[in-house]
Structure formats: C-alpha cells, structure tokens
Ligand binder design. Structure first.
Ligand code: ADP
Length: 634
C-alpha cells in the first residue's frame, strides 16, 4: 500500500494560497502552532481527569527548538497527539469552520486575498507560509505507534509509522530559503525574534513555552572573560495580569503594564479591572489615558480593545467592543467563550461579543459615575479631556444613549463658574423657574457680557455656558432633564414677565408701531423681525434667533463640508424700550427720519458685534460712526 495520499480539494486551495502568500504577517504561523499545541495539552489535561490510561503526573509543556544548521523550527508538545486517522482527518482535510469560511470568502472575492488572510486564523496550514516542508511526528496515548505526516505543500502528503514513544506532537518546519522570499524567513531562527513573537502573541498561554537560550556569563575567576552557556528557560509569563485577582496586583503593576502595552509615558487616569464568571466568562482590563491620544480625532485613529481567547491573542483593535463615544479607551478582553478561529466578519455578529460589549459599556459608565461622586476633581480633569466625546455620545444615534450618559455630562454654570451636572443644576432651580437656561458663545467671558444675560442675572436664574460646538445639538436630543425643558437665553420668547409686564410691553409696542415698522423696513434683508425686548435690562439692543436653528447651530452647520447652503437662523433685533436710546429714537422719528434710518443700521451692527459676529462692511459702519460724532459735536 502506498503511503502517498492526496489532499482534499479545499485543502489544496488553501495550501496554494499559503505557499504563494504575500501576506505580511507570516509571523502568525508561530501563534497558530503554539495555540494548537496548547489546545492539545488542554485536551490531555481534561482526559487525564477521567481516563485511567492517562498518567496525571505529566509536566505539560511546549518546547521550541531552533536548529540553525538544518534551518528548522520545531514546536513540540506532550499533549493528546494524533492517531493515524487523526492525521488524515485533521491535516489532510479542512473540516474546521474557520478554514472553511476562509475558503468560501476567498471564492467570493478573489482579488483581495491579502486582506482576507489577515482576517482569519487559518491554523496549521499557516506553517507553509514559512516552510517548504512540514513534518508532523505525533503519537496518541491510545495508539501503539507514532506516525509521521510529511508534506511539501503540493497536492500530496505522506504518512508513515514512527518510533516516537512519548505521547504528543512535534511539528518540524523546514524553513524556505530567503532568496525566494520578500521577507527574511531566516529571522525565525533567531532566539530573540522567537522570544519577542512569543511575548507578543502567546505570552499568556497557560503552559510553559520552553526554549534553549544562549547567555553570556562571566568565566569564574577571570573577570573580563565571558563564555556562552545554554539554558533551557520558560519564555512566556503564563499568568496574564488580567487573570490575577484584584488583591494580587498592585496599582503600580497595572500602570506599568498599561505603559508598556499601550506605549504611553503617563499613568492612566483610570483603570477598570473586571472578572466576570457565569453564563458568559471574561476578564477585561480597561484604561483611560490621562492625556487624549494625539491622533484621537484624526481619521486614522482606530478605536478598539485587544481580544484574547484563553490567553491567546486574537485581534489588536476589536472595535465592536467600544462605542464611538468611548473611542479613547485602551485595554483588552480575554474570553474563553470566543473561539480563536473566528473571522472578524463572524465576530461582528457574535452574540457573546456584543453581550461583553454592552456589559463593559455599563461597567465603564458605573465607574465614571463613581469617579464623579467620589473623586470630583479627577472627574473634572477627565471631562475636560474627553467630555466632548460623551456629549457626542448623547447626540449620536438620535439619542439612543441619552439615559446612559445624561448624568455624566458637565457644563460650566453661572452659579459658581464651576462644572456642574444637570442634576445639580435642577436641584438649585428656583421655585418659579420653569426652564434650564443656557447660553452659547465662544467663551464664558463673552457669554457673560451678552445683554440677554442681564435679566437672568437679575432674577438670579442660573445659566449653563455652552462653549462646545456639540452642546446645543446634544441638548437638542436630550430635550429635557427630569421634566425640565432647556431654553436658550438668545432664542424665542423667554417668557419671564408677569401678566402686567406683558400687557405694558404690548401697549408700548402698539404705541410705537410706526417706528418699529420703519426700522424693520430698513433692515428687511437682515432681520426677520424688529421688536421691543422683554429680556434686556441695561443694554439698548440685542440680537436673538427665533425657535429652531440658533446662531450657534448656524455657525456649526456652516463650518461643515458643504455648509454653504446650510440652514440659517432667523434673526430678531430686540430693542430695549426702557433705554434712553429708544426715547431718543422716538423723538428723532418725528423730526428726522433719515437719521433714524442710519441709526437702524448702526443698531443692527452693534447687535451683531455683541453676539460675536463679524460685520459684512466694517468700513461703512466706521464711516457712519464718524458722521454721527461730527454731527453731535456741532
Ligand atoms: P484548528 O486548530 O482551528 O482546529 P488547525 O488547522 O490548526 O485547525 O488544526 C486542525 C486539527 O489538527 C486540530 O483541530 C487538532 O485536532 C489537530 N492538531 C493540530 N495540531 C495539533 C497538535 N499539536 N496536537 C494534537 N492535535 C493537533
């Protein structure tokens, strides 16, 4: 009987692909083979619990053997091994879902193989990315003899009996020649390279990964002479920091881990460590950097958490685990419930993954709330750095997250010029106060000087300062807080007068109807209404917008791509009927209508300047002012 056998069709396709791969992450072969070895050790461990035939006194381990002369890498384990049938079944066929899905994807999309390979763990076959020949010498504890499986990755493989006596598997890779490759394959014969790959991908595998490492040590008695000694050492740390219980790790260790793993110089502002056991099992370690990542707001920034399964690294930036508004968090999730060979496509629809994601979101929210309650200063620092993201979260998805986030957002308030929560604002509201008032502008100083603030200050109503572009939009989605509606001090009717005051204003407006109409006529291209103001105390005029689009929104919308045609706010010029200027206008209207025309233009320009707008024609404004000065000096 010939020992030469044919690969199944799908395997052939995959092999071809691996051999001709221009995939840049060839290094993952090591992760895949170590992960297989670790699984085989798991299986042995598990079976040994119940099967008398298996010794429990085995020190389960993985060994890596580098042979520079023969250019081989061997990955050896003393796990469950494979029988002859297993070898045919497992290494001659692609029965595994990951590989199968991979092939299917490949058929759909033949151009983009490079991208696709990167998305899958393709297991054993990845060995052919770096090896021209692969030999697997394996023995199952249940079979008499060991078997050698051998293939050069062409259409056939060979199986023969071997004289292996101990259970387990040795995978021997005969590395390809560098000349044929676009990448130096021989680097994988370098101890340091292998060590760093193990650190990167398999550090937390729970069995020891042993390798002979050469070390320079001083020769005894001869101080300045060194000799090379070879030590068989464990090169993985085995216990991931996130698997340790909280009492076992210090803050110091967590901070060091963070800085090393996520390349930061500063300690994180917050560490969240959680171990969850039950129907869903996972460990997560989440960090909030003290300073926002420098590229956080660039297109290139990728949000996400690292994903591990049983200590084996799967993915660097699993974005499904992080909602957009938390894009600044760093960290990782390790869950045995996720299988290693799942594609990112499958991950997206993975129920466990989305459950973990929503648990983590709640956990982070709770931790932030705790920080707000117990470490106010720290939270304010956090909010100064990331608050915009949280407000964006309120606004995003039509407010789907508003209940989660409404108590985490802060605004500076006129109450003490400090950050306040909405809850705190509402708790300070006056008995007769119906609304939560806010005012938008570039800075607190500018907002404070707005004429519209006068009446609110007078009535001692607190005002929130909105200085971020997103503020009005976020509040627009929130609509109200604990039943209290939000109201801009620069929009619509403030509705702060008594019945008598209202009546008085109406009468006055009637009385001066002609004057107001005259001014409006002269400003008809600029404002949609001119009216007497109920919100001004000391100032002569102000500009407000009607309900709907506010000035702030107009500005933000106009700054967006294609913003030229963005919606505009409807401007209303309000004149203070109690101001001396209004009395002067009244008098002038009787004698000198032309001057009133000029004054109308000037008033409008002033109101624009107060609101922080620029004038269309500052020269004309300045000339008019000069004329007026000259006139008044005559
Ligand atoms: P996967 O690991 O996703 O199952 P692989 O192609 O990596 O896919 O491996 C196929 C099968 O070969 C494994 O499921 C396992 O049964 C077997 N196998 C691979 N490596 C080993 C090993 N070191 N010891 C025992 N069995 C192994």
């Amino acid at each position: 009987m010939s020992n030469v056998r044919e690969f199944k069709t799908e395997s052939k396709q995959l092999l071809n692909l691996m051999i001709n791969s221009i995939y840049t992450h060839k290094e993952i072969f090591l992760r895949e083979l170590i992960s297989n070895a670790s699984d085989a050790l798991d299986k042995y461990n598990y079976l040994a619990l119940t099967d008398e035939r298996l010794s429990k006194d085995v020190e389960l381990k993985i060994e890596l053997i580098l042979n520079k002369d023969q250019k081989t890498i061997t990955i050896k384990d003393n796990g469950i091994g494979m029988t002859e049938e297993d070898l045919v079944e497992n290494l001659g066929t692609i029965a595994k879902s990951g590989s199968k899905a991979f092939i299917e994807k490949l058929k759909e999309n033949s151009q983009n193989t490079v991208d696709i390979i990167g998305q899958f763990g393709v297991g054993f076959y990845s060995a052919f990315m770096v090896a021209s020949k692969v030999v697997v010498n394996s023995k199952s504890p249940f079979s008499e003899s060991g078997y050698i499986w051998e293939s050069t990755g062409e259409s056939t493989y060979n199986i023969e009996k071997s004289n292996k006596v101990d259970h387990g598997t040795e995978v021997i890779l005969y590395l390809r020649d560098d000349e044929e490759e676009d990448e130096a394959i021989s680097q994988y014969l370098d101890e340091y390279e292998i060590k760093s790959l193990v650190k990167k991908y398999s550090d937390y595998v729970r069995y020891p990964i042993m390798m002979d490492s050469s070390k320079e040590v001083p020769v005894e008695g001869k101080e300045d002479q060194y000799e090379t000694v070879v030590e068989n050492e464990t090169i993985n740390s085995m216990v991931p920091i996130w698997k340790k219980s909280k009492s076992e790790i210090t803050d110091e260790e967590l901070n060091e881990f963070y800085k090393h793993q996520y390349h930061d110089f500063e300690n994180p502002i917050k560490v969240i460590h959680t171990n969850v056991e039950g129907t869903l099992n996972y460990n997560a370690l989440i960090f909030i950097p003290t300073k926002a990542p420098y590229d956080l707001y660039s297109d290139k920034y990728e949000k996400g958490l690292q994903l591990y399964s049983k200590g084996v690294f799967i993915q660097d930036k699993c974005k499904e685990l992080v909602p957009d508004y938390l894009r600044f968090i760093k960290g990782l999730v390790d869950s045995p419930d996720l299988s290693l060979n799942i594609s990112r496509e499958i991950l997206q629809h993975n129920k466990q993954l989305s459950k973990i994601a929503s648990n983590l979101e709640k956990k982070i929210k709770n931790e932030l709330e705790r920080m707000l309650a117990n470490e106010r200063e720290k939270y304010v620092e956090f909010f100064k750095t990331y608050g915009v993201n949280l407000k964006y979260g309120l606004y995003d998805q039509y407010g789907a997250k508003k209940d989660l986030l409404k108590d985490l957002v802060l605004f500076i308030s006129s109450h003490s010029k400090e950050y306040t929560t909405l809850k705190e604002y509402v708790s300070r509201m006056k008995e007769n106060q119906e609304f939560i008032y806010y005012a938008s502008g570039n800075s607190i100083e500018q907002i404070d000087k707005l004429p519209q603030m006068e009446l609110l200050k007078d009535k001692e109503f607190e005002v929130l300062y909105f200085t971020d572009d997103i503020d009005e939009f976020a509040i627009g989605v929130l609509m109200d807080y604990e039943g209290k509606k939000f109201k801009s001090i620069s929009q619509g009717d403030l509705d702060l007068q008594s019945k008598e005051e209202k009546k008085e204003l109406e009468d006055k407006a009637k009385e001066h109807k002609d004057l107001l109409q005259f001014i409006q006529e002269n400003l008809k291209d600029k404002v949609s209404e001119v009216k007497l103001s109920s919100r001004l105390k000391d100032s002569a005029v102000c500009l407000v917008s009607k309900e709907g689009i506010s000035f702030e929104m107009e500005r933000v919308l106009a700054a967006m791509p294609g913003g030229n045609n963005a919606m505009k706010a409807q401007k209303v010029l309000e004149i203070n009927p109690k101001h001396n200027l209004f009395i002067a206008l009244e008098n002038l209207y009787e004698r000198d209508k032309d001057s009133v025309k000029d004054y109308a233009g000037l008033l409008y320009s002033q109101a624009l300047l107060i609101e922080g707008f620029t004038l269309d024609d500052p020269i004309a404004f300045s000339n008019k002012m000069c004329d007026l000065m000259i006139k008044s000096s005559k």
